[in-house]
Ligand binder design. Structure first.
Ligand SMILES: NC(=O)c1ccc[n+]([C@@H]2O[C@H](COP(=O)([O-])OP(=O)(O)OC[C@H]3O[C@@H](n4cnc5c(N)ncnc54)[C@H](OP(=O)(O)O)[C@@H]3O)[C@@H](O)[C@H]2O)c1
Length: 248
């Protein structure tokens, strides 16, 4: 077994996925596989990251979480190259801000729930070949049913109904995965915080939420703390990037 920790991140060409790749590859013993649905965007992101002289290593695979053929090919590639996966970071997601009505619901659920679940299921056999596997589902505090129903919480007044519903569903999937894989895979739902990314749109105000959004590198640092084992005791929980957890 090679000494490197093999990590796959979906949606790695942008926002939190990109920043997490950057943080993880500051460490020489990590190999990050960037899963990107768009080959061109993936190659651009990869070459930008390579130009920062990472200590770890990086590779790219085409991975569209909504495409079964793409998922199957990605599993084949990882099997052939590494024959195991140590960390799955299921990060690809969308706010489908350009859509409305049924189309918006379908897009959000297709990516954030169905895509996340099918990619995860497909990679479980490779995770089970690792000596200490981790599964991290990138969720959002906006998915918490408890916080959505708490008038004293800041997220009470936030709309984004379709997106919130999708993350609540993702959280249920995470609970189910944890119960199924307990003792074999450390499973986490992870809230990356409100950070700059293309999730809400690509204009400056949307990326930065009018200057209020934080740095996605901090989300990456939060993921690193899970990967290095600092948060093992919290497996099965809904953890925040700054420490602590959210109620489901
Ligand atoms: N940013 C925040 O404040 C925040 C807060 C809480 C949770 N999150 C979560 O963090 C995760 C990452 O989002 P982000 O904020 O970094 O947004 P982002 O910049 O828009 O990144 C999303 C990534 O997901 C990819 N993606 C979308 N659909 C995909 C598909 N069908 N197959 C594969 N990849 C796909 C995108 O690829 P393309 O570039 O090709 O579109 C992009 O790489 C999401 O799950 C999001 O819900 C973000």
């Amino acid at each position: 077994m090679s000494e490197q920790t093999i990590i796959l991140i979906t949606g790695a060409n942008s926002g939190i996925g990109y920043a997490t790749t950057q943080i993880l590859t500051e460490h020489p013993n990590y190999h990050v596989i960037m899963g990107c649905r768009d080959q061109e965007k993936g190659e651009k992101a990869l070459s930008q990251l390579q130009s920062t002289n990472p200590k770890g290593t990086i590779s790219l695979i085409q991975l569209d979480v909504e495409d079964d053929t793409s998922i199957a090919k990605a599993v084949d590639t990882v099997t052939q190259k590494f024959n195991r996966l140590d960390v799955l970071i299921s990060n690809a997601g969308t706010g489908a801000v350009h859509l409305s009505g049924r189309a918006k619901l379908q897009q959000i659920f297709s990516t954030n729930v169905i895509g996340a679940m099918l990619v995860t299921e497909a990679f479980i056999p490779l995770l089970l070949k690792s000596e200490k596997p981790y599964m991290i589902q990138v969720s959002s505090g906006l998915g918490s049913l408890a916080l959505a129903n708490d008038p004293s919480n800041i997220s009470y007044a936030v709309s984004y109904d379709e997106y919130r519903m999708s993350k609540a569903a993702l959280d249920m999937m995470t609970i189910q995965m944890h119960k199924r894989l307990q003792g074999q895979v450390r499973v986490f739902a992870f809230c990356p915080g409100l950070v700059r990314s293309n999730l809400r749109g690509t204009d400056e105000a949307s990326v930065t939420v009018n200057g209020t959004a934080g740095d996605p590198l901090d989300s990456g640092r939060g993921i690193l703390r899970i990967v290095v084992g600092e948060r093992d005791e919290e497996a099965g929980g809904f953890v925040r990037h700054v420490g602590g957890s959210y109620p489901w």
